[in-house]
Design a protein around this ligand. Structure first.
Ligand code: GAR
Length: 217
């Protein structure tokens, strides 16, 4: 099987990276992680990658004089590894329009909210503060505006009456860990098409059982 070559970009713990590593460990999974890039040297995800025998590179934004040179270094690393799809997995630095343009429709992100609600940081706390009844998570193609772009997959997560920020973070991550590998699989199988600001998914798609998850075939 010809596998889609992934580059995963992280800044921290890397539990979503771990979910992708675990998925890619199956010989039937249609993607493979070629390189993991962190902008933070202390990111635990770098160890996760190395433990799995995956090339792990730190490209520390603090070592570059400006954003374009930092992003050029990332671009070169991804290109050197012949990456076909970039997966942002808790990569917490804004990317410039030039970089995003170079990877247009070849770069996806996972975000812990039902976009377009709650872009940015502290999504869970803000949702609880607003008293919404459903939280969620979203996988989307990346566009220059933060946490914006054609939505590939979403899960809606009921908020319990006694929910805390910590419990909601943990609950959401469980959904994320199932959804991100599922979304990457759909793309690798050629079942995802971007049209304008929308994504169409082929109709014969089998979705993972994660509850209220969309797209619904
Ligand atoms: C995840 O919840 C991810 O959705 C979020 O950061 C966390 C990273 O956790 N990403 C964003 O907020 C992007 N705007 P992880 O390092 O354990 O995968």
């Amino acid at each position: 099987m010809r596998k889609l070559r992934l580059g995963v970009m992280i800044s921290g713990s890397g539990t979503n990276l771990q979910a992708l590593i675990d998925a890619c460990a199956s010989e039937h999974y249609p993607a493979t992680i070629e390189v993991v890039i962190s902008n933070r040297p202390e990111a635990k995800g770098l160890d996760r990658a190395r433990e799995a025998g995956i090339k792990a590179v730190c490209i520390d934004h603090k070592s570059y004089e400006d954003r374009p040179t930092f992003e050029d270094a990332i671009h070169e690393c991804l290109s050197d590894h012949k990456v076909q799809l970039v997966c942002l997995a808790g990569f917490m630095r804004l990317l410039g329009a030039d970089f995003v343009g170079r990877w247009k429709d070849r770069m996806i992100n996972i975000h812990p909210s039902l976009l377009p609600s709650y872009k940015g940081l502290h999504t869970h706390a803000r949702a609880l503060e607003d008293g919404v009844k459903f939280a969620g998570c979203t996988v989307h193609y990346v566009r220059p505006e933060m946490d914006n772009g054609p939505i590939i997959m979403q899960a809606a997560i009921p908020i319990a009456p006694d929910e805390t920020e910590e419990s909601l973070i943990m609950k959401t991550l469980k959904y994320e860990h199932r959804m991100y590998p599922a979304a990457v699989k759909l793309i690798a199988e050629g079942k995802v098409r971007v049209s304008g600001n929308k994504v169409a998914v082929k109709e014969d798609v089998e979705l993972p059982e994660v509850g209220l998850i969309s797209p619904v075939p």
